[in-house]
Design a protein around this ligand. Sequence first.
Ligand code: ADP
Ligand code: ZN
Length: 437
Amino acid sequence: MNDQSPYLHPEYETLSREELGRLQLERLQQTLRQCMNSPFYKKRFDEMGLKPEDIRSLEDVRKLPFTTKQDLRDTYPFGMACIPLRQCVRLHSSSGTTGTPTVILHSQKDLDEWANQVARCLWMVGLRPDDVFQNSSGYGMFTGGLGFQYGAERLGMLTVPAAAGNSLRQIKFIRDFGTTAIHAVPSYVTRLHSVMVEQGVDPRKDTKLRVLAIGAEPHSEEQRRRIEQMMGVKAYNSFGMSEMCGPGVGFECQEQNGLHFWEDYYIVEIVNPETLEPVPDGEIGELVLTTLCREAMPLIRYRTRDLTRVLGRSCPCGRNHIRLDRMRGRSDDMIVLRGVNIFPIQIEKILMQFPELGNNYLITLTSEEENDFMIVEVEVANPTDDFRALQNLEKEVRRRIKDEILLTPIVKLVPKGTLPVSEGKAVRVVDKRTVYK
Ligand code: ADP
Ligand code: ZN
């Protein structure tokens, strides 16, 4: 490792689009041969009259079947294995945010590659073996724990498996160990910051923090800027999902201009979720990923249900891996209220533009008689008893949300610390509607 190099794996990170394409095709063909060891894919390919040799170019990817979360559930737990179980060394299960959990199996080689992916991301944002990395995300089945642990160790950093929660202990570790980088879900960072404020700790003066990796849940650009500002750090968006290993799939570089998805590890497609046809660059669609380096459980054209769009295929950082916009949320996070489609992130974006408002909010959908409506509760940043000002603020927030989503919500400003906080992924929407969902 050469600390001066901006790249951890220059041989892959700086490939031209053409070279990347050649590598992807080679790896795709290998992956398809591997898939024939799984009864699930064997059967699906046979039904379609398709053989791995039929895939001769990257465009041929479109001939391949999609894989869905339901397929993973139907084959739970080991029905998609492509190697004998005795060659698998670990399994992870999705955190089950949306229904029955699913299982992903890993061989030792899979875990090694995964650690490489994460290490590459962390290197990309300027972390080096001299850094002290505190992983303040849940461990266990949640891949953000072990995924970052092994990646940070692979890079050579002193890695602190602090896990989520216990903010006082987190702050002590940050100060005692000279932590320079943290990984956490964005909602937890804001919680950590409020505890720092309560304790009279100024992260800018009293800690060595400089880099944050934030991800695992949708968050807006406005939320990121707030986190950077209050913590005095650079905060980079980290995208991952258990089906694709976990963290390390997509990560921002220091340009902060979208998530680089590592195309030597994945084939990235954006499709229209209804027609399943590819959408043009710049247009929002569903992210579909094919693994290229996995042996225990490769996945072909996995429908992630995450909605995003292509921003570009080159970057001033010298990496030509595709850049995707921050995720809007999953198609199943989308709220349909009185026929209008709304993503919680649209509301967050508005709330974060008001300095008078805090970081925690909750959207409740409820019905009264025949009507469905939305209540947006948001904490105020600082205590105040100026009711006139609060009323005006409430009105203004309501107006701005209406401009964005075209429906008028009920806005309630609540004192700081009153809304629930979770140590894992934040719950932003509660649906209590009875009439129509
Ligand atoms: P679960 O599916 O149970 O939530 P995962 O940990 O596998 O468990 O979650 C992966 C999902 O989390 C992604 O599909 C995506 O919806 C969301 N996610 C992960 N990272 C980000 C991110 N940086 N921005 C927005 N959403 C993210
Ligand atoms: Zn870049």
